[in-house]
Design a binder for this molecule. Structure first.
Ligand SMILES: *Cc1c(COP(=O)(O)O)cnc(C)c1O
Length: 432
């Protein structure tokens, strides 16, 4: 057993002063029934905890670290920019440069507004869609996560066509009434909602490939059907690409799926590891935003120079490195296929879902995981055991079954092989 004394003590101290000891719940390791590691530093594919252990990292700060941790060009850009002042509350050239870079990589973006987190991006995109359509309802999908806005912390009501109920105390029943919930990969459930409220649905939002119930892949008829319904009913289709944007390809999930949304939300990679979000899309819709239009949205630190410098540097590397996404696909395929082989060799029940550098190993007896209902059938106890054994072997996975793992450009073939070996050994023990 590794000695985690320092992390355990640090967590005890943190819990006295910070709710649950963490500034974002999943970090607490509650889902795997453990104590979190406190991180001292990270470099490339590795993170180092305060007890002096090193790990091959597949959390990647929950997505941003596609280039690996502490990439020298990103760090240099932050340092150089910081020396010139860290915030002015006035326009800078970097913001236009960022907008141009995003537009170049994601052709559906005519105009883009920077904010400070993914949560802020989805919240603002929804307000904009409502302002643009003069409608109030929004459709979201079971198992998709769009940040912690009230409107999205809603679960399905008792019947398919009933209004949602709050998923968290503090969310009002009034807000819940404006959010409708459909099933992922269940086009009929979406059709029913449009049939029932043909002229009231302002927006439909989804993760075009999900990461937040684990990786679930949209069926082509589902995602095309969603696009067609939104067009038919005049509803704004919002792709939440906070996780998939700049990860699944230069142009995100929309590029690989061949579907053009009306608005897209970004976060994570776009900030190069600093707190950033953004939302953008069709000119006609974006023109409704203040100061040009009537829909209000603002931010004291939005477009912050440090965040723009870090994000822009990362995006340029992704855009300008020949074969970057092919390289990432090769690494991810090595891991994905390797884990599948472990399952097969040991005759261990499980499903590996992977799109590019996002992957989840689901511990399930089912043949496939295509929806939130499928994901919920997974054995979270087995996952927790696997997670802890992986940590012992020096592999840092997401501390929950319902998350995506992330490959970075810094993961070498040797590290990936080590990860597959650790998985094989853990599954062998679990097999008993
Ligand atoms: C992470 C995430 C968010 C929330 O972003 P924050 O920066 O944590 O507020 C929203 N949507 C998706 C799909 C995400 O993965």
């Amino acid at each position: 057993m590794k000695n985690y004394t320092q992390s355990i003590a640090a967590f005890q101290e943190a819990q006295k002063h910070i709710p649950g000891g963490v500034n974002s719940p999943v970090r607490s390791f509650k889902s795997v029934d453990g104590d979190p590691l406190f991180i001292a530093s990270a470099k490339g594919a590795k993170v180092f905890d305060i007890d002096g252990h090193e790990y091959i990292d597949y959390v990647g700060s929950w997505g941003p670290m596609i280039l690996g941790h502490a990439h020298p060009d990103v760090i240099m850009a932050i340092q150089k920019t910081a020396a010139k002042g860290t915030s002015f509350g006035a326009p800078t050239l970097l913001e236009t440069e960022m907008a141009l870079q995003i537009k170049k990589m994601v052709p559906s973006i005519d105009s883009i507004r920077m904010v400070n987190s993914g949560t802020e991006a989805t919240m603002s995109a929804l307000r904009l869609a409502r302002g643009y359509t003069n409608r109030e309802l929004v459709i979201k999908f079971e198992g998709c996560y769009h940040g912690h806005n009230d409107s999205f912390l809603i679960k399905a009501g008792s019947g398919a066509l009933t209004f949602g109920t709050p998923n968290s105390p503090g969310v009002t029943s009034g807000t819940a009434r404006d959010t409708l919930t459909a099933g992922y990969n269940d086009l009929d459930s979406v059709k029913e909602l449009f049939n029932r409220y043909p002229e009231q649905i302002a927006a439909l939002i989804l993760e075009p490939v999900t990461g937040n119930m684990g990786v679930v892949i949209p069926e082509p008829e589902f995602i095309q059907g969603v696009r067609d319904l939104c067009t038919k009913y005049g509803t704004v289709l919002i792709f939440d690409e906070v996780m998939t944007g700049f990860r699944l390809s230069k142009g995100g999930a929309q590029q690989i799926l061949g579907i053009t949304p009306d608005l897209t939300c970004f976060g994570k990679i776009i900030g190069g590891g600093l707190p950033v979000g953004a939302y953008g899309g069709k000119q006609e819709i974006m023109d409704k935003l203040a100061p040009k239009g009537p829909v209000y949205q603002a931010g004291t630190l939005s477009g912050n120079p440090l965040a723009m410098a870090a994000g822009l540097t990362a995006l340029k590397i992704l855009d300008e490195t020949d074969g970057f996404y092919d390289m990432l696909e090769d690494k991810s395929a090595q891991l994905g296929e390797g884990i599948k082989k472990c399952l097969a060799d040991l005759n261990f029940p499980g499903v590996v879902n992977r799109v590019g550098s996002m992957f989840t190993l689901f511990f399930t007896e089912e043949e496939q995981v295509n929806s939130f209902a499928d994901a919920l059938k997974c054995n979270t106890v087995t996952y927790a055991k696997y997670f802890k054994m992986a940590l012992e072997s020096g592999v840092y996975l997401a501390p929950s079954q319902f998350e995506a793992g992330f490959m970075s450009a810094a993961h070498t073939s040797k590290k990936i092989d080590k990860t597959i070996e650790a998985t094989y050994e853990a599954l062998k023990v679990l097999k008993g």
